[in-house]
Design a protein around this ligand. Structure first.
Ligand SMILES: [Zn+2]
Length: 240
């Protein structure tokens, strides 16, 4: 059930079939010179739209802004603060709860550390606050089995690399503008550098040149399967 498209009466009658809402989290974030800024949002939304064909749940509109740190100064990135992400997460979940939703899956296509911590932190406080609510907060890549990683040939593939590029080739090939070069960030961690462009000019972590639509299709199949399993486990979980 795509929340964007249902009416108030359809929403109300659907509550007798499901009390689960899945909220996709994305970013507006530089993904090399070859991928669109909304790459993370597009990937998670595409996977969830397919999962919605296999299970009954409310698919909420995506939260298309996230917390980006490593790419914060790159052209195009529009980041929000962890504080904002926690606040909007609390509002969305409380809003759904007030309307009868009891199970919430907050799932991100963006794997940033502060971003996912903010999601989990909000999930922790909401779980304590909302009686009878079950909340899962996660980055989609964290629930993929080993075989998903094995689809890629790049050893340390991540942001805008082989796999994300393959996924966007699968979702909408026209959005992929050539290929950025293989690159790995060399941020001077644990020092927090202000000029991140100096250490990571291309905003690519991996090798986009190894990407293919076929790899994207196979990875998407695994992603959808993992999400469906997650929904099943959240729905069968008994919150004590
Ligand atoms: Zn990404």
């Amino acid at each position: 059930m795509i929340l964007d498209n249902v009416t108030m009466t359809e929403f109300e009658s659907a509550l007798s079939k499901t009390k689960t809402m899945v909220v996709p989290y994305g970013t507006v974030e530089a993904h090399g010179t070859h991928l669109p800024l909304s790459t993370d949002t597009m990937i998670i939304e595409a996977a969830l739209k397919r999962a919605a064909k296999e299970r009954e749940f409310f698919l909420a509109p995506a939260l298309n802004y996230g917390v980006c740190t490593s790419t914060a100064v790159h052209p195009g990135t529009i980041t929000i603060s962890s504080e904002t992400l926690r606040a909007i997460t609390r509002d969305i979940v409380r809003g759904g709860y007030d309307k009868g939703i009891r199970r919430f899956i907050l799932i991100s296509g963006h794997g940033g550390g502060l971003h996912s911590s903010a999601m989990r932190e909000a999930g922790e406080s909401l779980t304590n606050e909302l009686k009878g609510a079950t909340i899962a907060a996660l980055v989609v890549y964290d629930i993929l089995p080993k075989e998903a990683r094995a689809i890629g040939e790049t050893k340390h593939d991540s942001h805008a690399g082989e796999l994300e590029t393959s996924l966007i080739l699968h979702i909408n090939e026209e959005l992929v503008k050539g290929r950025s070069k293989e690159e790995y960030p060399h941020l001077p961690r644990p020092i927090i550098a202000k000029d991140k462009l100096k250490y990571w000019p291309g905003a690519v972590h991996g090798n986009p040149e190894k990407a293919s639509e076929d790899k994207g299709r196979r990875l998407m199949d695994i992603m959808v399967k993992s999400i469906v399993e997650l929904i099943d486990s959240v729905e069968s979980f008994e919150q004590s």
